[in-house]
Unconditional design. Structure first.
Length: 69
């Protein structure tokens, strides 16, 4: 899916499903903001979180991309 989004020139991909390692790597290389595990008011950003405003800086520094909140 990340490849299709990259080819279409779409800058952000949001999915409820888990990403693959290949998808995360491709999103990093192509500049796509990759958001997965989106549920109601929660989600996990796997690539290029700087595009999303209002994210707590402390949470961006976690290495696994998850939130404790």
């Amino acid at each position: 899916m990340v490849g299709k989004v990259a080819n279409a020139g779409i800058p952000v991909l949001i999915s409820r499903a888990a990403p693959t390692n290949k998808g995360i790597a491709l999103a990093e290389r192509t500049g796509i903001t990759l958001i997965n595990f989106s549920r109601e008011r929660r989600f996990t950003i796997f690539a290029h979180p700087e595009r999303i405003s209002g994210i707590n800086e402390k949470l961006l520094n976690k290495t696994d991309g998850t939130s404790d909140e």
